[in-house]
Structures are given as structure tokens and as C-alpha cells.
Design a binder for this molecule. Structure first.
Ligand SMILES: O=C(O)CCC(=O)C(=O)O
Length: 276
């Protein structure tokens, strides 16, 4: 594979891309986008099954080492990451259609599947909490910003259930650092930016999603999610892709098994498949 940082935009044609030039350009300016109906009914049935199985397997959910011991539990019941080898048949992160969108939005020659898995937010009665404003890159072991997450609503996610909210343009501010996700947000996030950085960002946006709709966000865009104020869990499935040129930095992320990767080398495609 050649080491090419950017794929020239002329390389895209309408026919081989599911996102058009305007969408690509808006994503690059704002750092996020919404895609309606990304998953159809068959894929939704598959992902609901995988989500249920992953949640059931999650030891934080029940038993002695209950999820209640995890200080973040009110923010997320289940934040499990399914190894790529186990998610092949599911064909969500492995779907070349979805990976192709990631490749085109990032403008890189190839993308690798980093992680995928359920993001289930507990209902109000379990003490649901806000997901604090944060960027993903400071929590990821990547040497560059060419990564994004596709966040798919597995059931309808109305505003009351806490779909993701985004601060458009905030990916251009650069990494603001790791944020301790155990805490609630104490202030308007823009007050924590310099005035010059605050000029780069828009007002927070948050939209309700129907089952199968997705939002896609850049690894550097600031995002959060509100409390789930309904009596039902919020069911989402998230897939993260990075450019296949990305080098592993060794930064602790909770997703890379120790000893499986070498610092300053690419991510092993046996573990992190190159989808397109
Ligand atoms: O689902 C959530 O509430 C947060 C998810 C998130 O921050 C992410 O996918 O990067």
C-alpha cells in the first residue's frame, strides 16, 4: 500500500461514493454530519441481536462486579468494544459502504476498522448522566487526526434520550486534552476555549434520530450527549475508522490489547482490518 496522506478530491466520482462533494465539504468544515437511513431493516435486526448479546455479556451489567461499580455507569451501561474478528458477520463496521463513506469524508486512500460496539445509555430511573463534552482523539492511540466515528441509532433516539450533540467547527481548535468522563459538565464548553478558538466554533447542535439514522463525527470535534430522561435505555452502535496510514502511538486507550502493536508502526490489519 502506498503511503499517501490525502486522496485527491478528483479521485471521487458520484458513482463510487455514497456522500456527495457538498456533504464531504460540510463535514470537513463542521466536523460532523447526519445521514438518514444508513441502516435498513435487515441490518437493524442484525445489530439489535449483536447489541443484546454484547450487553448481556457485559459483566458491568450484573453480578458481583456489577456495572454499578464503574463510576461512569450512569453515563453508559455498556461501552464494550467487539474485536473485529468477531464482528465480521454482523457486517456493520465491515460494510464497505459504510467504510467507504468514512474514507471519502476523511479524504484518505484507505480506512481501517478500529472498534465497534454498543453505546447504551441507562434510563432515567437508573440515574442516567450526561456524556461530558469531549474529543475522541485525546483518548485514542493515533498519531494523526484522520479518524471518525459513525454513531448509529439502533432504535429511535428522541432528544429526551440523549443523542449526540456537536460543537460545529471545534475540530479546527486542535486537541484540548483528555477530559475526565466521571464528571458532569460544569460550564458552557465554549467558555473553556480562548476567544480566538471560540470564533472557530458554531452553536451546539443536537438532532433526534430515527432507527437506522446515524451521525458521523470527526475524532477532534467536541461532542457530548444529554441525560436519558425516558424510562427506556438508549440504544446506539458506534463504529470507529482511522486512516490506514495511522501510526500507533502507544497512548493508553482501553481498546488496544497490550503487546499487540508496535509504537510508530501501523495498526496490524489482522486485528484492525482495512475495509476499503
Ligand atoms: O453515546 C454517547 O453518549 C457518547 C458516545 C461518544 O462520545 C462517541 O461515540 O465518541
Amino acid at each position: 500500500m502506498q503511503n499517501v496522506l490525502r486522496k485527491p478530491d478528483e479521485a471521487f466520482t458520484q458513482s463510487d461514493s455514497l456522500v456527495n462533494r457538498d456533504q464531504i465539504s460540510k463535514f470537513r468544515r463542521e466536523g460532523w454530519m447526519k445521514i438518514d437511513g444508513l441502516l435498513g431493516s435487515e441490518a437493524l435486526v442484525r445489530v439489535r441481536g449483536a447489541l443484546k448479546a454484547a450487553v448481556e455479556a457485559d459483566s458491568r451489567f450484573a453480578g458481583e462486579k456489577s456495572y454499578r461499580d464503574d463510576p461512569r455507569f450512569r453515563q453508559m451501561y455498556s461501552n464494550l468494544r467487539v474485536p473485529a474478528a468477531q464482528s465480521r458477520d454482523l457486517n456493520i463496521g465491515w460494510d464497505p459502504r459504510i467504510a467507504g463513506i468514512a474514507r471519502d469524508l476523511l479524504g484518505v486512500p484507505h480506512v481501517q476498522l478500529f472498534t465497534e460496539g454498543p453505546l447504551v445509555k441507562p434510563p432515567a430511573q437508573a440515574g442516567s448522566r450526561m456524556t461530558r463534552w469531549h474529543q475522541d482523539l485525546p483518548l485514542q492511540p493515533f498519531d494523526r487526526k484522520d479518524a471518525l466515528t459513525v454513531w448509529i441509532a439502533v432504535e429511535d433516539v428522541p432528544l429526551e434520550q440523549g443523542p449526540l450533540a456537536f460543537l460545529p467547527g471545534s475540530h479546527r481548535v486542535g486537541p484540548i486534552g483528555r477530559r475526565d468522563m466521571r464528571f458532569d459538565e460544569e460550564a458552557d464548553i465554549t467558555t473553556q476555549l480562548t476567544p480566538e478558538d471560540a470564533e472557530l466554533v458554531g452553536k451546539p447542535v443536537c438532532q433526534a434520530l430515527k432507527a437506522g439514522d446515524a451521525t458521523i463525527h470527526s475524532t477532534l470535534v467536541l461532542h457530548s450527549a444529554g441525560r436519558n430522561t425516558t424510562d427506556r435505555p438508549r440504544y446506539a452502535w458506534a463504529v470507529t475508522y482511522m486512516s490506514a496510514d495511522t501510526l500507533y502511538t502507544g497512548a493508553s486507550s482501553g481498546t488496544v490489547e497490550s503487546g499487540t502493536l508496535k509504537i510508530n508502526e501501523r495498526f496490524d490489519p489482522e486485528l484492525y482490518p482495512i475495509i476499503v
